[in-house]
Ligand binder design. Structure first.
Ligand code: SF4
Length: 231
């Protein structure tokens, strides 16, 4: 159903090769792809490869990527990653999960993005905020940690679907099943989505009547009070 809905789903970070995708993905943390795509054209023109980026001045680079947020940490990661590519891999992006995970600023999500999208290798499933949220809503996982969610998805999906499934889920999350306003009414997954079923059920429940306040005890008459005191 997702394939039908999003036949053109792909990575929305603009890039021309694996090096550019590593850079864009590191920059994309806590930011949007749209924002990153406004910053990377200038960046890729100035630092077209790992050798150029490895020589970047930290303060200048921070200024250049300031608008993406967390610019100090990202600048440090980018320069460190580029130096590691030059020193250990002849300036090229390595094609294994193990080697990618040893690069500064590269965690499993970034490694999966690069391997799946730029290098055509299904080594895992990208679990970003959209994939995590939709996998839970669709009942594909009960986990909350990305690595555990990824394990569940890898067990459910044929390996050749790992990368494309994540792209489709991300597209669906951005366009239909947003964090705050999921559009259940116009979602083609609604017939198979447990969250949609729950929402439907909740809508059918009669609205709860406000609880009645407890009945007040009638106030004792003064005479009755006296009688009670004597007793
Ligand atoms: S039915 Fe609702 S919760 Fe389920 S995938 Fe669609 S929008 Fe998301």
């Amino acid at each position: 159903m997702l394939a039908e809905a999003w036949p053109d789903a792909t990575c929305e970070l603009d890039h021309r090769n694996a090096y550019e995708l590593v850079v864009a993905t590191i920059l994309s943390a806590q930011s949007t792809d749209r924002m990153i795509n406004t910053v990377t054209p200038k960046l890729f023109a100035k630092y077209p490869n790992a050798a150029a980026l490895a020589k970047a001045d930290q303060a200048v680079l921070e200024e250049e990527i300031h608008s993406t947020g967390f610019f100090r940490m990202k600048a440090r990661s980018l320069i460190g990653m580029a130096k590691a590519l030059v020193e250990r891999h002849g300036g090229e992006v390595p094609a294994t999960m193990e080697e990618l995970l040893e690069l500064p600023g590269v965690a499993r999500k970034t490694a999966n993005v690069v391997l799946g999208t730029a290098l055509g290798k299904n080594e895992g499933v990208v679990v970003d905020t959209h994939v995590a949220r939709l996998s839970q809503r669709l009942g594909l996982t009960a986990e909350t940690e990305p690595v555990a969610i990824e394990q569940d998805l890898m067990a459910l999906l044929p390996r050749d679907q790992w990368t494309i499934f994540a792209h489709r889920l991300i597209w669906h999350g951005r366009r239909v099943c947003s964090a705050k306003n999921p559009d259940h009414d116009h979602c083609l997954l609604a017939p198979v989505c447990p969250t949609a079923a729950l929402v439907k059920l909740a809508a059918k429940q009669p609205a709860k009547q406000p609880a009645k306040p407890p009945a007040k005890k009638p106030a004792m008459k003064p005479a009755a009070k006296k009688k009670k005191a004597r007793a």
